[in-house]
Ligand binder design. Structure first.
Ligand code: ADP
Ligand code: MG
Ligand code: ZN
Length: 501
C-alpha cells in the first residue's frame, strides 16, 4: 500500500512467521499424547523426555516429519535431503529443558511459494523456510486478590510445531490477512492443523517495516505477537504501518522490537527490544542424528497430496462455469467443496432433469449455509446428504415444488433427516401444475378484480404483475409459476383483443 503525503510516499513491507502445531497423536520427541490444552487438566501429558530430565533421549516422531513434508510440498518448497536439529537456548518457566529443539542452519525445506487470490487479483508470496521444532509449555498469569502468580502447564511442551517463514513480500494489512487465511486453508486441507487461532494452535506473527516508496532497502522491523484472530492480525498490521510512518514523519526512528497487540486499546504495546540470534547460542542437537529424507518418501507424500485450494478454485471455475466468487466460497473448506461435487455428481445420474452447478452452488452457499450457521453444525455433520439435496433440487426443476416450498422442505430435512419426498407427501406440499385447476384460479381472480382488469385492458401493463401475485396467493404459493404466467397471459391478451386494443 502506498501512503502519500506532501513530502514522501511510503511503502509498507511485511513478512510472516507462522507457527502451526501438528495434529499428531504423540509429541515431537517422546510418546506423550498431544492433548487439547484448552480443555485438558494441566500436566497430565508429560514425561522425563519432554521435561528434559537427565539421561533421557529424544526420538523423532515420523508422523510429524510426514506432516511437515506435506506442508512443505504444498508450498512448493525444496526439501533438504539432510536437515539438522539445533538447540535454541534460553530460559523461560514454560521451557523446562532450558532449550527448545528447532532447526536453524539447515531447515527441512526452503524456497517455496504460496499463490492466493485477493480483490486485486492473484498474488504470489515467496516462502523462505519451513522447519520443525517443538512447542513450549503454557503459562497462565493469575491476578487474584492481592496476589499475582503464574501457573505452568507442560502438556504443550514438546508438541510438534511447524514454523513457516515468508519473505517480506506482503504490502498491506489486507494482503497479510488474505495470505494468512489462505495458508490456514491449506493446513486444513492437508489435515495437519485445525487452523484454530483462538486456541493458539495456529499463531501468526507479522514483521512490519515501512520504507520510502521506490527504495529497495528494508526498513527497521517490528514483530507483533499475541494475535488470536485474523481481525487482530489485520488491525495490528494496519496500526503498526501508521505508527511507523508517523514516527518517521516526526523525525524519529523506528526501533527494532517485539510488540504485543492490545485488543482493547486497539494498539501495539512494546514487549521487548529484539534479541539477536547470537543470544540463543544455537548449536546442533547432540542427541539427534541429522534428519535424512529418502526421495521415495517425498514422492509418495507428494502423490498423496489432495488437490489444493488454488487448483480446485481454477478447476471449479472451468469445469462448472462458476464465478470466481462462488468457487472461492466453495473451496474455502475441503468438506464444502466435496459436498458441492457430491451433489453435482448425484444430479448427473439423471441427466434428463437438468440442474446447473450454479444452482447447486446457490443452494449450498445460501440456504444450506444459513441452516448450518443457525444450528451451529458443520457441513460434515449435516443430516442432509448431497444425494438428498440433489433430489430436492430435481423436484424443483421438475416443477413438483416451487423454490419457496423447497426452502421449507430443506429446513425440515435439516431438522429431521427425512428425505424430501417423504416431507412433501406428508405435508401435501406438491406444487400444482394441473392446467385446468390453474385456469380456474385465474378466472376466479379476474372476475374478483374487475377494476384492475379494466385498467390493464386500457393500457396499464404493470397490473399483470399484480394479478399474477393474486393468483399465486390464492394457490397459497403452490401453483407452478410458469403455468400461471402462461394461462394469465392468454386470458389477458384475449381480453385486450376483445376490447380492440
Ligand atoms: P527472526 O527469526 O529473527 O525473527 P527472520 O530474519 O527469520 O527473523 O525474519 C522473520 C520474518 O520477518 C520473515 O518473515 C521476514 O520476511 C520478515 N522480515 C525480515 N526483515 C524484515 C523487514 N525489514 N521488514 C519486514 N519484514 C521483515
Ligand atoms: Mg522472529
Ligand atoms: Zn513426553
Amino acid at each position: 500500500m502506498e501512503f502519500q503525503n506532501a513530502l514522501t510516499a511510503f511503502e509498507s513491507v511485511i513478512g510472516l512467521e507462522v507457527h502451526a502445531e501438528l495434529e499428531t497423536k504423540s509429541k515431537m520427541f517422546c510418546s506423550c499424547p498431544v492433548v487439547d490444552s484448552t480443555v485438558s487438566n494441566p500436566n497430565v501429558a508429560v514425561c522425563p523426555v519432554c521435561t528434559g530430565m537427565p539421561g533421557v533421549l529424544p526420538v523423532v516422531n515420523q508422523r510429524a516429519v510426514e506432516y511437515a513434508l506435506r506442508v512443505a510440498l504444498a508450498l512448493e518448497c525444496e526439501i533438504a535431503e539432510t536437515s539438522i536439529f539445533a538447540r535454541k537456548n534460553y530460559f523461560y518457566p514454560d521451557l523446562p529443558k532450558g532449550y527448545q529443539i528447532s532447526q536453524y542452519e539447515q531447515p527441512l525445506a526452503r524456497n517455496g511459494r504460496l499463490k492466493f487470490q485477493t480483490a486485486d487479483g492473484e498474488r504470489e508470496i515467496r516462502i523462505r523456510r519451513v522447519h520443525l521444532e517443538e512447542d513450549t509449555g503454557k503459562l497462565t498469569h493469575v491476578h487474584r486478590d492481592e496476589e499475582t502468580f503464574s501457573l505452568v502447564d507442560l502438556n504443550r511442551a514438546g508438541v510438534p510445531l511447524l514454523e513457516i517463514v515468508s519473505e517480506p513480500d506482503l504490502r498491506s494489512a489486507v494482503e497479510v490477512r488474505a495470505f494468512a487465511a489462505s495458508l490456514r486453508t491449506i493446513l486444513r486441507y492437508l489435515k495437519v492443523n485445525s487452523g484454530d487461532l483462538e486456541k493458539g494452535v495456529l499463531r501468526v506473527e507479522p514483521n512490519i517495516s515501512v520504507r520510502t516508496l521506490g527504495s529497495s532497502e528494508l526498513g527497521t522491523r517490528v514483530e507483533v505477537k499475541n494475535l488470536n484472530s485474523f481481525r487482530a492480525l489485520e488491525r495490528s498490521v494496519d496500526f503498526e504501518i501508521k505508527r511507523q510512518i508517523a514516527e518517521i514523519q516526526t523525525g524519529r526512528q523506528v526501533i527494532q522490537q517485539t510488540v504485543g497487540w492490545d485488543e482493547n486499546l486497539g494498539m501495539t504495546v512494546p514487549q521487548r527490544t529484539k534479541e539477536e540470534e547470537d543470544d540463543y547460542r544455537y548449536f546442533p542437537e547432540p542427541d539427534l542424528p541429522p534428519l535424512v529424507i529418502e526421495p521415495e518418501w517425498i514422492d509418495s507424500i507428494r502423490e498423496a497430496l489432495p488437490e489444493l485450494p488454488d487448483a480446485k478454485l481454477h478447476r471449479f471455475i472451468q469445469q462448472y462455469s462458476l464465478s470466481e466468487y462462488d468457487a472461492d466460497v466453495l473451496v474455502a473448506e475441503r468438506s464444502i467443496a466435496d459436498y458441492f461435487e457430491g451433489t453435482v455428481a448425484a444430479l448427473a445420474e439423471t441427466p434428463q432433469v437438468e440442474v446447473s452447478p450454479k444452482t447447486v452452488a446457490n443452494w449450498i452457499t445460501g440456504e444450506l449455509f444459513g441452516l448450518l450457521n443457525h444450528h451451529g453444525v458443520a457441513i460434515e455433520q449435516a443430516a442432509i446428504t448431497p444425494q438428498d439435496l440433489a433430489s430436492l433440487l430435481q423436484m424443483v426443476s421438475q416443477g413438483v415444488i416451487n423454490q419457496n416450498t423447497a426452502k421449507i422442505v430443506l429446513a425440515e430435512m435439516f431438522a429431521s433427516g427425512k428425505p424430501a419426498t417423504e416431507i412433501i407427501t406428508e405435508r401435501g406440499l406438491t406444487q400444482i401444475s394441473d392446467r385446468s385447476f390453474i385456469t380456474d384460479l385465474v378466472d376466479q381472480v379476474l372476475s374478483a378484480n374487475p377494476e384492475q382488469v379494466d385498467e390493464y385492458v386500457h393500457g396499464k401493463d404493470s397490473i399483470a404483475r399484480w394479478l399474477f401475485g393474486q393468483v399465486m396467493r390464492s394457490a397459497k404459493g403452490q401453483a407452478n409459476p410458469q403455468v400461471v404466467q402462461t394461462e394469465l397471459d392468454k386470458r389477458l391478451s384475449a381480453l385486450r383483443a376483445a376490447e380492440g386494443h
